[in-house]
Design a protein around this ligand. Structure first.
Ligand SMILES: [Zn+2]
Length: 261
């Protein structure tokens, strides 16, 4: 089926280079390039980060990747390292450690953030001194007591490492990106005493981020399966129609029923 480019309105054939963005709209390669991307390396899952509205603004030149991050609307303010928009189902994650808890929370330096779409998240893990202390993700139960316990649960989970100093605390987020599947959110980058309030504050931040990621991955997974099941079901009826077992009318009725039309 021919797809229409949401940028220039051009019809694109099956084999034309095209890119599908977050809201399932398509862009032709030439519009994708005009938005400032290259047609090879940035293909695959990267376009999922952006909505068609973002791309159209980027083609017009009124938006850039940096301005999208600077103007990112936060609906769930977790901490400076992870900001979420539950309406557009996008998040920006910092690859820069905010060394002091009191550091400017309004820090919006775009270069420290990367934009992700909720459906790009596969799994996540909290690493302390290189050791995994909590994890979760699509189709996985949260480990390390990150969901239902308080701060104490996370702190308790990490007491199995004997060191009284945390040298490094970071969250690893695995995303659907073939080029760059691992994203690290550094929380502690210098030796911090585990009895300090700084450490407790960072652990609380970690728990908030992990809980949010767990919520996102547990909400998005069943939805996908349900839709997939419906398409599988429709395909079965299509086969029955092709084999002449059911009529076109039967098929249309079943399709409408399954898609809630
Ligand atoms: Zn186009």
């Amino acid at each position: 089926m021919a797809k229409i480019c949401a940028g220039c309105g051009k019809e694109m054939g099956m084999f034309n280079g095209k890119v599908q963005v977050k809201d399932k709209e398509y862009f032709c390669n030439s519009c994708w390039e005009k938005a400032g991307f290259n047609t090879w390396g940035d293909l695959m899952d990267k376009p999922q980060m952006y909505t068609s509205k973002d791309i159209i603004e980027m083609i017009k030149g009124s938006k850039t990747h940096d301005s999208i991050i600077k103007d990112f609307v936060v609906t769930a303010d977790i901490c400076p390292s992870a900001k979420f928009n539950d309406d557009t189902k996008q998040m920006i994650l910092a690859d820069h450690a905010f060394v002091y808890v009191t550091s400017d929370p309004q820090n919006k330096r775009a270069e420290n953030y990367t934009l992700f779409s909720y459906d790009q998240i596969v799994s996540f893990e909290l690493l302390e001194n290189g050791e995994s202390v909590a994890s979760g993700g699509i189709g996985r139960a949260a480990l390390g007591g990150i969901l239902f316990g308080g701060v104490g649960a996370v702190v308790g989970a990490s007491t199995r490492s004997y060191k009284s100093v945390c040298e490094e605390l970071k969250i690893k987020v695995t995303v659907k990106d073939y080029k760059d599947p691992a994203f690290y959110i550094p929380l502690i980058i210098i030796g911090t005493n585990k009895s300090s309030s700084e450490y407790k504050e960072k652990m609380k931040m970690a728990q908030n981020i992990l809980s949010k990621l767990q919520l996102i991955t547990s909400v998005s997974a069943p939805e996908k399966t349900e839709t997939m099941d419906k398409f599988e079901e429709i395909k079965k009826y299509k086969n029955l129609l092709d084999e002449g077992i059911i009529s076109q009318e039967d098929f249309e009725n079943k399709k409408k029923e399954l898609l809630n039309l």
